[in-house]
Ligand binder design. Structure first.
Ligand SMILES: [Fe+2]
Length: 193
């Protein structure tokens, strides 16, 4: 039980994996490999961070409602965000522009749907989507959405999660999709996650 908080294992008291260590690991991982494999390593480290009950309590359970930027890297640009939700929400399918996003569940759950485009992309204002993957992210688990991936999220009241994004998504172009009309719409800052 190397990563457990205060668990004595083989005569050594393991230290909890803290936010500072996670950030430092993200920095070194993404400096060496900013591509999909590096991000996958960040995803597993985020799951490790979410095993720390003190981190979850301080930053998710006891935090005030809203979106909190826990860290933004001045050099690499990645962000660590705590999404403190009170109300249930279903998001429209959306992308993360030229960035990527990792969602780590802290409390309750998030139902994820991954989508693919069925159309040829010839019409920039309209798209046809089909769901290709559905699963539930439970506390301690993190899902990764590499650049260009389209997903939607559906969570109950009080579901809270920690998200790591490759950059500040408010500064880049992103789109969301209306499933009924097929309309492709530009997203405004903080419109959806
Ligand atoms: Fe998203």
């Amino acid at each position: 039980m190397r990563d457990s908080v205060g668990v004595r294992s083989q005569g050594v008291t393991a230290m909890a994996y803290e936010l500072d260590q996670f950030i430092s690991d993200c920095r070194s991982i993404l400096s060496q490999d900013p591509g999909p494999a590096g991000r996958e390593k960040v995803r597993t480290q985020l799951e490790r961070l979410l095993q720390n009950p003190d981190f979850v309590r301080r930053n998710c359970e006891e935090a005030t409602r809203g979106l909190h930027v826990l860290y933004e890297d001045p050099e690499l640009g990645f962000q660590v965000l705590a999404h403190i939700n009170d109300k249930a929400r279903v998001s429209p399918p959306h992308d993360h522009g030229d960035s990527w996003a990792i969602y780590g569940q802290a409390t309750h759950y998030t139902d994820m749907t991954e989508w693919e485009r069925k159309d040829d992309g010839a019409d920039p204002a309209h798209a046809k989507l089909k769901p290709v993957k559905k699963y539930r992210l439970m506390p301690g688990h993190a899902g990764i959405y590499q650049d260009g991936k389209i997903h939607s999220i559906d969570y109950p009241d009080h579901a809270r999660f920690v998200r790591v994004t490759g950059t500040n998504l408010d500064r880049i172009d992103r789109v969301r999709f209306d499933l009924k009309t097929g309309e492709v719409m530009r997203m405004t800052p903080q419109q959806a996650t």
